[in-house]
Design a protein around this ligand. Structure first.
Ligand SMILES: [Zn+2]
Length: 348
């Protein structure tokens, strides 16, 4: 990885300058907003005729629940959600591409449409970002969201065969690379590697990002976000926040942070640990509390905002937003709650 030969993309300076002035706002949960639309199988799959910019793809697989596909089959609805988050105060919009790799889309038989999903996912967010900027004059950024996939590279899914792996580093690297190329082609400013439960998956994504940066001749800002999956404060692959940071710090990310999982209240000590060790900007976007018995989220915007405002008051964060269950109202409340506070100072 000869990243020393690469110069930083101009957008990195722009983001750093803004982040020096104030806490930046990331958007909320696309999935939560899509649920409120009550879409049918036909809405998702367009009767199996998946057409988009340059894309003519046919599928016989049921697609209901494949939210990533909506950037091709319901682009206006997705753009509107991005726009609502932008107007609620988000500086950074995450593309609707969390499961947009050949690995994660294999369940839906859409491996062949990955390029189009990635390009269209970024384009839809870009349109919303540019429209919001034209409305209020405030710069918006598009973060190409790269999820963990549904396989882990360092843990066996079979308790009777601990040496088995459902996916290899190279398979992940290739899949992530393909997705990232499409995201950048579609106009992403940032690559966001998020909801990391297995650090080896994230390392494959980082490797892929640098391969793509070599191809395009510049380094885009990287945001890296892990998820703490149990109360002992470890990722699924068993790392503490400190260990997680040491595993990804070589990528010199624009931000490192935590998202999803436990909600803001329970995330706090783990975030504080990460903020104590990482010599880069800290990003936190928790769920709206813990899921209820039906998998929904009950935490009101003011509650989530009070916790996240607490992070800001204590100087723990540089970028904040929301994960599962957070709506534009949550983002608006979070933006208001952190506005009085200065961004965290990066330790020298
Ligand atoms: Zn989440």
């Amino acid at each position: 990885m000869k990243d020393f030969a690469l110069h930083d993309a101009p957008v990195l300076d722009e983001l750093r300058a803004l982040a020096a002035e104030r806490i930046l706002i990331l958007d909320g949960a696309m999935g939560t907003m899509i649920q409120t639309l009550g879409l049918s199988e036909e809405d998702y799959s367009a009767n199996g005729h998946i057409h988009g910019p340059g894309c003519r793809h046919h599928t016989d697989h049921p697609q209901k629940g494949n939210n990533d596909l909506l950037v091709l089959t319901k682009p206006d609805a997705i753009e509107e959600i991005h726009y609502q988050f932008a107007m609620a105060g988000a500086d950074i919009l995450e593309t609707n591409t969390f499961s947009g790799t050949t690995i994660a889309q294999a369940d839906y038989g859409l491996e062949g449409a990955i390029h189009y999903l990635s390009v269209a996912g970024a384009q839809v967010a870009r349109r919303a970002a540019d429209r919001a900027q034209a409305t209020d004059g405030k710069r918006r950024f598009v973060a190409g969201a790269v999820g963990p996939t549904n396989r882990t590279a360092s843990i066996s899914p079979d308790v009777n065969d601990p040496g088995f792996r459902a996916v290899s580093f190279d398979e992940l690297r290739r899949a992530y690379g393909q997705q990232m190329e499409g995201l950048i082609e579609g106009g992403a400013d940032i690559i966001l590697i998020e909801t990391i439960f297995d650090t080896l998956n994230a390392k494959a994504a980082i490797f892929a990002a640098f391969e793509v940066f070599q191809k395009i001749g510049q380094r885009l800002p990287l945001m890296i976000s892990g998820t703490i999956t149990d109360a002992s404060g470890r990722t699924l692959s068993g790392q503490t926040p400190t260990a997680f940071w040491h595993s990804v710090s070589h990528a010199r990310p624009f931000t490192v942070g935590l998202n999803c999982a436990l909600g803001a209240d329970l995330m706090r000590p783990h975030l504080a640990e990460l903020a104590g060790v990482a010599d880069t900007l800290i990003c936190a976007y928790p769920n709206a509390g813990l899921p209820n018995a039906f998998g929904g989220y009950d935490e009101a915007p003011e509650q989530t905002a009070a916790f996240v405002g607490g992070f800001a008051c204590d100087g723990l964060v540089n970028v904040v937003g929301g994960c599962c269950g957070t709506t534009p109202d949550h983002i608006r409340a979070i933006a208001d709650a952190v506005a009085p506070y200065a961004p965290r100072k990066v330790p020298a």
